[in-house]
Design a protein around this ligand. Structure first.
Ligand code: ADP
Length: 159
C-alpha cells in the first residue's frame, strides 16, 4: 500500500484542499492529511479545531484518508509515517515559487523524499483559506468555498 503525506495549515480546509485529496487518491492508496502550524498563518487558531474540520470535510473518503496534527520536521514526519511521498497543491505560479523553495530545502534535509505537485482544478485556483476566513469574519456566506460542515462551524462561531 502506498501512502502520501499532504501537509498544510488547513486554516480552514477548503474545497481546493479537498480537490487535492481527491486527486491524490487517484495516485496513492492512502492520503495522510498532516495539519501543522505555520507561524505566518494565524497560529492562534486551535489545531484541534482545524483537525476536527478536516475530518468532517474529508469523511466521505473513509479509511483511505487519515487526518492528524504534526509539529515536527516534514521529512521526519513522512519517515515516521513510513512513506517517502509528499503531495502539495498548486494554484498559481506564486504557489510554485513557494513550493520550489520548500522542496529544495527539504531535499537537502532528506534527499530520498519525493514531492508531487498537483495542479488544482480551475474552479478552485483562486481560493485560499485566508480569504475564506476574511469573508466568514465579516459575516459573509462561505458555503461556495468549503464543505457544509466547515460553513456551519463558522456560522456557529460568528453567531
Ligand atoms: P501552508 O501553510 O502549508 O501553505 P495551506 O493550508 O495554505 O498550508 O496549503 C496547504 C497546501 O494546499 C499547499 O500545497 C497549498 O498550495 C494547497 N492549497 C491551498 N489552497 C488550495 C486550493 N484552492 N487549491 C489547491 N491547492 C490548494
Amino acid at each position: 500500500m502506498t501512502s502520501v503525506v499532504y501537509p498544510g495549515s488547513f486554516n480552514p480546509i477548503t474545497n481546493g484542499h479537498r480537490d487535492i485529496v481527491e486527486r491524490a487518491l487517484r495516485l496513492f492508496d492512502k492520503v495522510i492529511v498532516a495539519v501543522g502550524t505555520s507561524a505566518d498563518k494565524d497560529p492562534e487558531t486551535y489545531l484541534a479545531e482545524r483537525i476536527g474540520l478536516c475530518r468532517l470535510a474529508l469523511s466521505e473518503f473513509g479509511k483511505r484518508v487519515e487526518v492528524e496534527g504534526f509539529n515536527t520536521l516534514l521529512v521526519d514526519y513522512a519517515r515516521a509515517k513510513d512513506t517517502r511521498f509528499v503531495v502539495r497543491g498548486l494554484r498559481t505560479i506564486s504557489d510554485f515559487d513557494y513550493e520550489h523553495q520548500m522542496i529544495a530545502m527539504n531535499q537537502t534535509l532528506d534527499p530520498d523524499i519525493e514531492y508531487v505537485l498537483l495542479p488544482t482544478s480551475r474552479q478552485w485556483s483562486a481560493l485560499s483559506s485566508s480569504r475564506v476566513r476574511e469573508i466568514a469574519g465579516l459575516g459573509g456566506d462561505i458555503s461556495a468555498f468549503v464543505h457544509p460542515a466547515v460553513a456551519a462551524h463558522y456560522q456557529r462561531t460568528n453567531g
